[in-house]
Design a binder for this molecule. Structure first.
Ligand code: GLA
Length: 380
């Protein structure tokens, strides 16, 4: 069974754009193992656009660009599998991909069979260059049907950008994850706006089909084609906390061969990953915790009865003592004076912070967050 939990892995697009090749992908595979990412659950290594040759072969099949992959795709897939990883490819619901390579329209079944024969485990399916006259969701239903009958378990990652009511058809059309927004850019506003745009959809996430908030931008630092601004480390930490509490797939997109220590620390936070990967797959629900400022709380119910709580300062100002952020447990279902409280653990700084009876309060810098895991206990 695939995608019981939010899928985790690495995707080439944000870091490399179309500049991919077989030695580099092998190095990425090696780094996913040696850095400990695979052990934490980052298991899919996904090639995005531009992996395929510009034309199909004489039998109408896609094949890998021989300039980039001179040994052929199957030997690369064997290598990736030999490391204990799973392998993903990209195609598109239209006639061409967004990068003008062959798309899968009218080739859905032959492509699914080809991918299965090669040993592909994951397909990202994009939304460009579609024909007129066919409703979008039908193009995704076609590929879902083809993949579900190709003889191999292939995770279906729909990249439909939230268009045409993606939230309403993606899950029941057989996708395993579905992009609910346009492309993330490597800056604070893009990341924050994607998260906030999905607060209203917290009931759509569940095992086998997850709301994909797009790839993680942690560690890009404004050096790639998706944004020259970049984020601060604090903003990248907030980003990872949001994706974890909102139960998004976690697809790394920085060059993991040269991660700095902060990037590695953020991406390998096991306590946050455990919250993201909780088997019930519930998305945290969000609410505004101050009338006067863009301060938000997110609470996620976990399968063992614990709750994860996030507090977020989305404003451009540090918060002061007088307007500190405050989650009242009343708002998540704890009656006042009931004799229960939460034994809290700070899962970003990895320390226990003790019993909180009615609320938890923090002071946060601009764009910062705090995340706790709380265990309900009776204290009187
Ligand atoms: C679209 C997708 C991106 C990426 C590119 C590739 O923009 O949303 O994630 O796959 O296409 O061309």
């Amino acid at each position: 069974m695939i995608a019981q939990r939010p899928p985790m892995g690495f995707n080439t697009w944000n870091c490399f754009c179309g500049d991919i090749n077989e030695n580099q992908i092998k190095e990425i595979a090696d780094a996913m193992v040696s850095s400990g990412l695979l052990d934490l659950g980052y298991e899919y290594l996904v090639l995005d656009d531009h992996w395929m040759a510009p034309e199909r072969d004489s039998e109408g099949r896609m094949y890998a660009d021989p300039q980039k992959f001179p040994s052929g795709i199957e030997s690369l897939i064997d290598y990736v599998h030999s490391k204990g990883l799973k392998f993903g490819l990209y195609s598109c619901a239209g006639m061409l991909t967004c990068g003008s390579r062959p798309g899968s329209f009218q080739h859905e079944f032959i492509d699914a069979q080809t991918f299965a024969k090669w040993g592909v485990d994951f397909l990202k399916y994009d939304n460009c260059q579609k024909p007129n006259g066919i409703e979008d969701h039908l193009l995704y239903r076609r590929m879902a049907m083809a993949l579900r009958n190709c003889g191999r378990e292939i995770l279906f990652s729909a990249c439909s950008w939230g268009e045409y009511g993606t939230h309403d058809w993606a899950r029941n059309s057989g996708t395993n994850m579905w992009r609910s927004t346009g492309d993330i850019q490597d800056n604070w506003v893009s990341m924050r706006d994607i998260a906030m745009s999905q607060f209203a959809y917290s009931t759509h996430n569940a095992p086998f089909s997850y709301n994909d908030l797009d790839m993680l931008i942690v560690g890009l630092y404004g050096k790639t084609h998706i944004g020259l601004q970049g984020c601060t480390d604090e903003e990248y930490q907030t980003h990872f906390a949001l994706w974890s509490l909102m139960t998004s797939p976690l697809m790394i997109s920085c060059d993991i061969r040269n991660m700095n220590e902060v990037t590695k620390t953020i991406l390998t936070n096991k306590e946050l990953i455990d919250i993201n990967q909780d088997i019930e797959g519930r998305q945290g629900y969000a609410w505004k915790i101050s009338k006067d400022a863009e301060y938000y709380g997110i609470a996620k119910a976990l399968s063992n009865g614990d709750y994860a709580f996030g507090l977020f300062n989305f404003t451009d100002n540090d918060c002061t003592i007088t307007n500190s952020l405050n989650i009242k447990f009343w708002d998540i279902g704890l009656p006042l004076g009931c004799g229960y409280g939460f034994e809290m653990r700070d899962v970003i700084n990895h320390k226990d912070v003790g019993l909180m009876k009615e609320f938890v309060t923090v002071n946060l810098k601009a764009h910062a967050c705090a995340v706790f895991r709380g265990k309900l206990v009776k204290y009187e």
